[in-house]
Design a binder for this molecule. Sequence first.
Ligand code: NAD
Ligand code: WQD
Length: 344
Amino acid sequence: MKGKILVTGGAGYIGSHTVVELQNAGYEVIIIDNLSNSTTDSIDGIERITGKRPVFIKLDCNDLEGLRNLFTEHSGIDGIIHFAASKAVGESVQKPLLYYRNNLNSLINLLDLMPQFKVRNIVFSSSCTVYGEPDNNPIDESAPVKPAESPYGNTKQINEEIIKDTITSGAPVKSIILRYFNPIGAHKSAEIGELPNGVPQNLVPYITQTAIGVREQLSVFGDDYNTPDGSCIRDFINVVDLAKAHVIAIDRMLGNKSEDKVEIFNLGTGNGVSVLQLIHVFEKVSGKKLNYKIVGRRTGDIEKIWANPKKANEVLGWKAVESIDETMLSAWNWQLKLREKGIM
Ligand code: NAD
Ligand code: WQD
């Protein structure tokens, strides 16, 4: 056993894939999740993939006393990976207080308790959304943080500041902040994957749900951008590649390899792929013709953004390795599995 890791939001999309990689690497995992955007099916999936069921406790990170009891009962936690958050950009515009309360209080509670229970290390899930519309691509970590486009995006910026201020104040804590670009795909086994509540807001679940007939047609939001084919460009990163970076971040902190008390890394492939290109990759690997139409732009969309992942490549020794074809195939196989199980 390499160490005991608390994974908040570990029943969710990125969290469940990360728990698989942590367990495969020999870590003992405790998951807490309030199941507001997930079910325990993902815990079953983790067990089927790894042969080991992680400890799962249904708990809300806003529940300070509940967290205190957790740290008391499960002593010796070496590090936390904090995924738990509300993440729907549109909903955050409608319900800003829900987002500020959930996403800020959760982190504040953890940072408050960590020193009391001698938990020294926290990995935080941030996002490329902090860069807004980049002045230049690929974008590296030294680029300025731009005013947030949504309350959700603002919670990521504020949380990054909360971590820095807490550590600057002398709290005995180290952090690695990971700025994800666009995580997509699913575990190759199709035992775990992304399962959005209701109508998907993100591109890939909308594509796969359209292809399987749950949605009638995909709307492509704009083909008049200043890009080669007119559609927006993103850096789509395979979720298993992304998950592996968390294990490396934890290894780094537990091995006292961090060069600063707060380190920030972009997690992306370094390649920009357009919305239309991604659709065509999907059609190729699935053999399905996708019903889509071009509609007007979506308010608040970034035209083009992709990562310069050099710092993560060189400092962490991490690199995205899965091809976009394999990644889209994994998303499709996950959708087929959901259909087979009668879930969607
Ligand atoms: P997800 O919704 O699948 O997972 C988040 C999990 O946290 C869910 O299982 C949810 O039930 C749980 N949760 C929410 N609030 C909680 C609370 N107060 N207490 C306990 N559990 C709570 O989302 P995801 O895509 O896996 O995202 C994980 C993290 O990565 C989030 O912080 C998200 O903001 C961040 N992120 C996601 C993306 C993306 O595109 N998916 C991109 C950048 C950053
Ligand atoms: C990708 C592209 C859409 C749906 C969001 C958050 C960001 C981060 C990742 C967490 C865009 C187009 C989409 C559809 C479409 N999350 N699209 N039709 O907007 O890059 O980022 O998720 O931190 O904060 O804002 O991802 O998947 O929503 O969109 O044409 O039905 O697909 O316009 O160009 P996005 P997305």
